[in-house]
Ligand binder design. Structure first.
Ligand SMILES: Nc1ncnc2c1ncn2[C@@H]1O[C@H](COP(=O)(O)OP(=O)(O)OP(=O)(O)O)[C@@H](O)[C@H]1O
Length: 681
């Protein structure tokens, strides 16, 4: 069997996708000089994109050959053999031989001298810098390059607000008090850093004040303009999904209304608030998609007119969308990214926020920045945040460290921090005992424990007998009781609108999150089980038709024709049309009202009794329950568990099939290769 035939056989075992093999085969036909070892590297690059990778780190691959092949583990014998074949092939290579084979191939552009592109037509790009050897599909390399140059250009000193103005305005916004080390006011530092840079990142966990800080920052920037008799800045706010945009819409309006702004430079607080926008749109909409294409109206030749672009939930943005953003705005538009760097990476390729925030925990501020922070932000930094070698990028990143959402941090916050914690020696310092300890805390909200931990070795059948089932029936029973309280008159659509609103609000009370898509522990298996269970418990009256009364659905792809975005949730109900009740799906219109959509117009939706943790990003629920499967999977990472926990507003329940699975998931980190942080030094 030739090596190429071997690759083809790997497709049949499910180890790689057909498209990975087809690409390699195509390259072999087009560039006949390509050696088998080079083809292997290309195969890995193509496959790794489906694993969310932007590129393959060739040296790392030689050390851990199967790390980028981490699909769901399988007992399938043929696939085990395929894995072993792949492993021994990679292990037979040395880095110098492999690089020579790749460099010799005309399908690869070898980047030298600061990214001088020597072979524009080549579909693959090899970058060697700082001891790394990274192989990319050109498309992702190009996207990374756009982001790097967009950020670098903004980090160069340009005409900015004067330090005197920043200091004065910070003093007015945050008070004159000089704080000591213990209560370093990171919000104030973040505001100062973002005011003085054209690119900045404010990262932090839930409730650490990202929105509050950015509002103060916008007030500062607008005050500076108005006090110099300049027109106010054009500010645009966006988030990656409809759901995240709707949530930010609410939180911005709410925070702005409550924000106690002082009189800045004799400008009345109301006058300042009037020039801070509250409308948040999706990033797609901001850049205006071209119909039936992946491209946008706003691009290099037609950039969006805005002085400041603020993007929330930036952890969800993949590498191509981030590149579209930098391509679609004016070169001198200020960019501010907000997000939680510890959340799961985007579903599509890339881990942009995580990459850019690699130094955030330890600060890595140079002495010059620390002096600036002391002088301008009136804050002293502890020694441990200072690094004489700190990269330029680090000087523009600020991490907020204290949660104001939960009182005294609260047990949900403590749990999330424990999961996030990185242990040097996880074997001798396991997290499980501490995790159980946090769950033993008796914190209550609304007379119910805030945290619950259920062990669930086997999944429930349709018999209602265990705590997990009781949890689901109670959780979903709440909104279903509202569904069953349908208005009795079919004439009054206003009554139905109210009903729809109540159903949607009750539905946001409880959500089950799962880690996997497939299998009985995944979305597909759980949705079917929960439907059956709710039917047996008489919470659902029927599940015979697709659009049964009360079916919760999630939109899985942006659909501009019905103005619904990926992640939007609707409930199948009835609505009066010409005096007759018709099947309709109710959605929030994002402005406090509801819209009723014909089921037949919904192209991409799925039942959402169970939702993947990935899809839950950007949403929050009063009570979030997270089910972890009974067997290990590389998909289970600490980022996934952290993201699940932090979706909870008031209550969190963890249902775990196996304590060992949970322990190993808490110690597994998402690893994605990229050259982003290497390139912005
Ligand atoms: N310095 C502060 N002092 C007191 N309360 C604060 C402070 N900063 C923020 N808060 C309050 O904490 C809550 C959370 O703040 P905010 O919404 O700004 O956080 P966030 O990081 O944007 O949250 P999310 O994770 O939801 O995006 C709000 O009620 C806000 O008013």
């Amino acid at each position: 069997m030739t090596k190429l035939e071997q690759m083809q056989a790997w497709v049949d075992t499910g180890l790689i996708r057909y498209i990975d093999y087809a690409l390699v085969n195509f390259i072999r036909e087009q560039a006949q000089d390509t050696s088998e070892d080079a083809l292997l590297a290309m195969l890995l690059v193509s496959h790794s994109v489906s694993m969310g990778q932007v590129c393959v780190d060739l040296k790392d691959t030689l050390v851990t050959p199967l790390a980028i092949m981490s699909t769901d583990s399988t007992d399938d014998e043929a696939q085990q053999i395929a894995r072993a074949q792949l492993q021994s092939w990679i292990e037979s290579l040395t880095i110098s031989e492999w690089l020579s084979a790749i460099e010799a191939c005309s399908a690869v552009a070898v980047m030298a001298n600061d990214f001088e592109d020597t072979n524009h037509a080549a579909p693959f790009v090899l970058v060697q810098q700082q001891g790394k050897a990274l192989l990319y599909l050109r498309r992702y390399w190009q996207a990374e390059k756009t982001i790097v140059s967009g950020i670098k250009a903004r980090l160069e000193p340009a005409s900015r607000i004067s330090n005197v103005d920043i200091r004065n305005l910070l003093n007015q916004l945050f008070g004159e008090k000089q704080h000591d080390y213990e209560d370093t006011d990171w919000q104030r530092i973040a505001c100062g850093i973002a005011a003085s840079n054209h690119f900045s990142i404010i990262t932090g966990g839930p409730g650490t004040g990202k929105t509050t800080t950015v509002l103060k920052l916008l007030a500062l920037l607008q005050a500076e303009r108005l006090m110099h008799q300049l027109p106010p800045l054009a500010i645009r706010l966006a988030a990656p999904t409809g759901k995240a945009a709707a949530r930010l819409n609410e939180s911005i309006a709410d925070n702005l209304a409550r924000l106690a702004l002082p009189e800045l430079e004799n400008l009345a607080p109301q006058a300042l608030k009037a020039v801070i926008p509250t409308q948040v749109m999706t990033l797609h909409r901001l850049l205006s998609p071209k119909p039936n294409s992946r491209q946008f109206q706003h691009n290099k030749s037609n950039p969006l007119v805005a002085d400041i672009v603020v993007i929330d939930e930036a952890s969800m943005i993949d590498i191509e969308m981030m590149a579209n953003l930098f391509d679609g705005i004016e070169p001198d538009a200020r960019v501010i990214l907000l997000g939680d760097k510890d959340q799961l990476a985007s579903v599509e390729a890339g881990y942009v926020l995580g990459d850019l925030c690699q130094g955030a925990v330890d600060g890595h501020y140079t002495q010059e920045t620390a002096d600036w922070i002391r002088d301008i932000c009136q804050q002293n930094l502890e020694e441990r945040f200072i690094d004489p070698q700190g990269a330029v990028l680090n000087q523009a990143v600020c991490m907020l460290r204290r949660s104001y959402r939960f009182q005294d941090g609260g047990v949900i916050h403590r749990l999330a921090s424990l999961v996030n914690d990185e242990r040097d020696d996880p074997l001798n310092d396991p997290k499980m005992p501490e995790l159980k300890d946090v769950f033993r805390q008796k914190e209550q909200y609304e007379n119910t424990p805030v945290l619950r931990y259920l062990e669930q070795e086997q999944l429930p059948t349709s018999v209602l007998q265990n705590a997990f089932q009781t949890l689901l029936i109670k959780g979903y029973g709440y909104y279903l009781s509202v569904v069953h309280a349908m208005p009795s008159t079919a004439m009054d659509s206003a009554l139905f609108d109210d009903w729809g609103k109540q159903v949607l609000s009750a539905h946001a009370h409880f959500q089950l999150l799962v880690a996997l898509r497939k299998g009985e522990w995944g979305v597909e298996g759980m949705n079917a089980k929960i439907e059956q269970m709710l039917l047996s418990a008489k919470q659902l009256t029927s599940i015979d038709s697709l659009w049964y009364l009360g079916r919760p659905v999630m939109v899985t792809q942006n659909d501009y024709s019905v103005d619904l975005m990926n992640g939007d949730i609707g409930i199948s109900l009835l609505y009066p049309v010409n005096g007759e009740l018709k099947q309709r799906v109710v959605f929030s219109d994002g402005k406090g009202d509801v819209r009723w959509v014909l089921p037949s117009r919904l192209q991409s939706v799925e039942t959402v009794f169970a939702m993947t943790v990935h899809k839950s990003q950007g949403s929050e629920f009063h009570h979030t329950a997270m089910l972890l499967p009974g067997q290990n999977s590389p998909i289970l990472t600490k980022e996934l568990i952290y993201t699940g926990i932090t979706r909870s507003k008031k209550h969190f329940t963890l249902i775990s099939g196996d304590a060992d699975v949970l322990e190993s998931a808490m110690n597994r980190k998402v690893v994605r290769s990229s050259g982003l942080s290497l390139s912005i030094q």
